[in-house]
Design a protein around this ligand. Sequence first.
Ligand SMILES: C[S@@+](CC[C@H](N)C(=O)[O-])C[C@H]1O[C@@H](n2cnc3c(N)ncnc32)[C@H](O)[C@@H]1O
Length: 347
Amino acid sequence: MPIKPNFLERFAFYRLNAGPAPMLDLGGALAYQVVSTAVQLNIFNLLAEASATPAELTQRLNSHLRGTQRLLEALRAIGYVDVNNGRYHNTSMTQKWFLDSDSLDIVSGTKCWDLFLRELWPQAGDVVMSGKRPYDFYEFVTQDPAISDAFQQMMVGNANISGPEIIKKIGLPQQAGRLLDVGGGHGVFTVLFCEAYPDLHATVIDSEMALKTAERHVSTHKLDQRIELYAGDFWQLDWGTNHDLILLFNVLHHFDIPTNEKLLAKANAALIPGGKVAILEQVEGDVFGSASEALVRLIGFMYYLFADGRIFSDAELTSMLTHAGFNGIKDQKLSKVPGHSLVTAVA
Ligand SMILES: C[S@@+](CC[C@H](N)C(=O)[O-])C[C@H]1O[C@@H](n2cnc3c(N)ncnc32)[C@H](O)[C@@H]1O
């Protein structure tokens, strides 16, 4: 497991304050670097092909023996690999979260994280002091096609995990004909909807670079005839009219409340009467555990750092929808992605 104190250590660090608990955060930074190094060197994939002694892995990697040994030992200490009779293998955690394709794509996440830690996080102090950012986050992630694709792929896992439950919970009428996915990026939510509703035609709006990832998913699922990819700035583009459903998934956290109310009003105008908007967002409060609560706060700060964004509460999402003229607001929790809300409302 990622650095995991045992019962006595937890008691000493957290209850008695007898040891320097902040060292765990410093160690967490080292743990991340060790995992990122393993990803860069493709170690988890090599161990998935066959378990290996350090010497065998050194040969396969054409690496330095002592370095390979030290890296494997560090990975073992934080639960990413284990050793049996001198042979290292991936743990089930590594297998599930790094290698199984329908789970989260943490390899892509690591590529993005490396770049964010190197280029954006060092500016955090200046951003907090001035409230200004010397970068535009989406220009930053689209400067390189490989980074843009990794950023989109990082979000695909979430879509695969939550998509089926979201589709069920939204409950689109069978005859629904038109879906618009605003800021739909990788296009996977739209692909899942079109597979569930054979009469549905859909449009995904995002930047040209982001839509390159969507293009791949759409064509893999042979949905080119039913899904249109519409490149551009969603503030400038005409969204058309008569959509049955508009998705605004993980988009609102980029903007403040008045800006989101404008975006929602644009959605309202593009829906058929009785059509629905669906918002998917991480929300404040109502998180099931202290680690999840900490993650929500840390990610909330990251949204601020990257784009002056933030995480909203359920009450704020409801209020924005009401101000944008929606009614029939329904707020649902998702079992597979705790800490997120699916909020739907009727035009
Ligand atoms: C956090 S991602 C969410 C992607 C997807 N909806 C999901 O939930 O996995 C936000 C997306 O909004 C897109 N986006 C942000 N501002 C945009 C704008 N002004 N015009 C078009 N797309 C935009 C980004 O390119 C990115 O793909």
